[in-house]
Structures are given as C-alpha cells and as structure tokens.
Design a binder for this molecule. Structure first.
Ligand code: ZN
Length: 141
C-alpha cells in the first residue's frame, strides 16, 4: 500500500503552502499593468516525514507559466502545483483555472492551485494519484 498523498484541502491549509501562495502573489506585481505576470511552483511531501516543501518555477508570462519541469526534491514526491492569475477580474482575463489548466491538471495526476484576486481555486484530482510512489515528479511522467 502506497503512503497516501495529502489532499488539496490539507495542502491549502498548510502554513508552508500558504506562505508560498502569498510569495508568488507578491512577486506577480498584480497592481502593475506593465510588470504583472504569472508566478508559481511546486509542492512536495517527504515520503518518510510527511514534511511539506515548495520550490518556485521560473517566472511566467503575462498569461502563462510553464510548470512542465518540477525540480526534484530528495526523498519527496510532487503533490501539487500552484500558479497565479494576477489580472484584475474586470478585464478579459479569467480568475478561475483556464480550460488548459483544467486539462493539464487532470492529465498531470496532481491538484493544481490557481491564486487570483477573488480567491484560490483548485482543479485536477483531489490528491496525487496513486499516493507517494512512482516517479518523484508528476505521477504520469
Ligand atoms: Zn492558469
């Protein structure tokens, strides 16, 4: 039996994850029309200790970020991704996970968090598919 992965609900309440969301939001320059861009990264759970840790991805573009290549964290498994949708909701942009976010999250096998002006959304599975086993990055890689 594989150790279970933390659920999206558990991760969203975790102080390390909350701090990572706040840091990504702050670095997205949400109030600056010229500099506003997506930021994000990856959440990991340690197989032995259950410790939650995070790593940032390189900064994204105005309305995109590449989360294809999670950093490997020794002894830990990827359990979620997160990224910002920094645009004001009264523009053409969407605060919620995009159709691409939803598709990639479902394919990736881990929950995807999207942080926006109107709150945090989650899409994809409720927790890492097949628990803490298999490849350390996306379980479907
Ligand atoms: Zn997105």
């Amino acid at each position: 039996m594989n150790p279970p992965a933390p659920t999206a609900t558990e991760l969203e309440a975790h102080p390390v994850v909350q701090a990572a969301f706040a840091a990504a939001w702050a670095d997205s320059f949400v109030d600056d029309d010229a500099l506003r861009h997506e930021e994000g990264g990856f959440v990991y759970a340690n197989l032995d200790t259950g410790e939650i840790s995070v790593r940032r991805a390189p900064p994204g573009e105005t309305d995109a970020i590449d989360l294809s290549f999670p950093t490997e964290v020794g002894g830990s498994f990827l359990v979620a991704t997160y990224h910002t949708h920094p645009h004001p909701p009264d523009r053409v942009w969407t605060a919620e996970p995009s159709p691409t976010d939803r598709r990639l999250a479902a394919e990736s096998g881990v929950p995807w968090f999207v942080i926006s002006h109107v709150g945090t959304f989650v899409t994809g599975p409720d927790c890492r598919r097949d628990g803490l086993s298999g490849p350390p990055g996306y379980p479907t890689d």
